[in-house]
Design a protein around this ligand. Structure first.
Ligand code: ADP
Length: 260
């Protein structure tokens, strides 16, 4: 039970000299494991009380007409905040599950077109037809992956495009094979874009560009962290590019070995 985790750094000097440094990161690894377990357990435990709370609030909402306006307004606010908390807890739980297990058990050959079309349909519902959503399928290749996980990753990108772009923007979901042989699912919008200084940090947990505005969108700050982890489990890479004022693009690149 004395398994240690070592991190090696090898520096090459010329042809025949090497400096090898080993660092024992066992403790660091254990702490990280504890953090993940803690987040997973707390999120899980918070789900039940929140469900109960939401249930009661729904009953009161049904009685709204019999209640004084101030009270029914308060109940509405409580419902909104309960929903926000439920989203947060669900995202935290999903993220810690993604971090804890290695994945790969439920990977199947997926048709990309129906997946992107149904995500676009959900995004249209969220947008209430205030945005134009297009799906462009440039390849018939299938993708080896978990439908549930990829749906949540790509949905996060598409829903962000709806939430962070002004009315009338166009959002494109595209599937194509690149010259390198990699498969690419792209989510592009022509909204306000993102200042490049924020891009490297966007996939960090709870990182948001504009805290005030983001709070109003009902996001949790975990969407892109979830997307990144899902993609990592598929050996895929998330690349974000943006020119401010012209929109943002999110590229999910899958290695050729994952295409069928
Ligand atoms: P959330 O949307 O819950 O705040 P995310 O991790 O999904 O968290 O996104 C992080 C931040 O990235 C958002 O708060 C927003 O500021 C920015 N962002 C994401 N997608 C876009 C987009 N398509 N256009 C502009 N900004 C975006």
């Amino acid at each position: 039970d004395e398994r240690r985790i070592l991190q090696y750094q090898i520096t090459l000097y010329g042809d025949d000299e090497r400096l090898v440094m080993a660092r024992d990161i066992t403790r660091l690894h254990q702490l990280e494991q504890m953090r993940r377990d803690f987040v997973a357990n707390v999120s899980h435990e918070l789900r039940t009380p929140l469900t109960v709370l939401a249930g009661y609030l729904e009953t009161y909402e049904d009685m709204a007409e019999q209640l004084p306006p101030r009270l029914s307004k308060g109940i509405q606010r409580m419902q909104e905040q309960t929903l926000r908390m439920q989203n947060l807890v669900n995202d935290l739980l999903l993220l810690s599950r993604l971090e804890i297990d290695q994945g790969g058990d439920d990977h199947a050959e997926l048709e990309v077109a129906p997946l992107l079309m149904s995500i676009a349909e959900d995004a249209r519902a969220l947008s209430r037809r205030r945005h134009t959503l297009q799906v462009e399928i440039e390849s018939k290749k299938r993708l080896l992956g978990s439908e549930q996980e990829l749906r949540s990753a790509i949905s996060n990108l598409a829903f962000n495009a709806v939430r962070y772009t002004p009315e009338g923007s166009t959002i494109v979901l595209r599937w194509r094979i690149e010259a390198s042989g990699e498969g690419c699912i792209e989510v592009t919008d022509d909204g306000e874009g993102i200042d490049p200084i924020h891009i490297p940090r966007l996939t960090e947990r709870f990182y948001r560009v504009d805290k005030g505005r983001s709070a109003a969108t009902g996001g949790t700050g975990l969407g892109l962290a979830i997307a990144k982890h899902v993609l990592l489990r598929h050996q895929a890479q998330l690349t974000i590019t943006s020119s401010p004022g012209k929109g943002a693009s999110f590229y999910c690149r899958f290695p050729a070995g994952r295409l069928r």
